[in-house]
Design a protein around this ligand. Structure first.
Ligand SMILES: [Zn+2]
Length: 59
């Protein structure tokens, strides 16, 4: 069995590895958006767009 999720940006079905974990980062194979696993329910993962990485660390 494999894990699946839906890209929140382009609504493509995204196949995920079976042992994916919450808060893992992946990219949509369709639109290449960076997504984060928000929740895992059975064999469905809820994906959301990963927050932009801010390179503002006060330097
Ligand atoms: Zn997408």
């Amino acid at each position: 069995m494999s894990m699946e999720g839906t890209c929140p940006i382009c609504e493509a079905e995204v196949s995920l590895k079976e042992d994916i974990l919450v808060s893992e980062i992946l990219s949509c194979p369709d639109c290449h958006s960076v997504l984060v696993v928000e929740a895992i329910d059975d064999h469905r993962a809820s994906l959301r767009e990963a927050p932009a990485i801010e390179e503002d660390w006060g330097q």
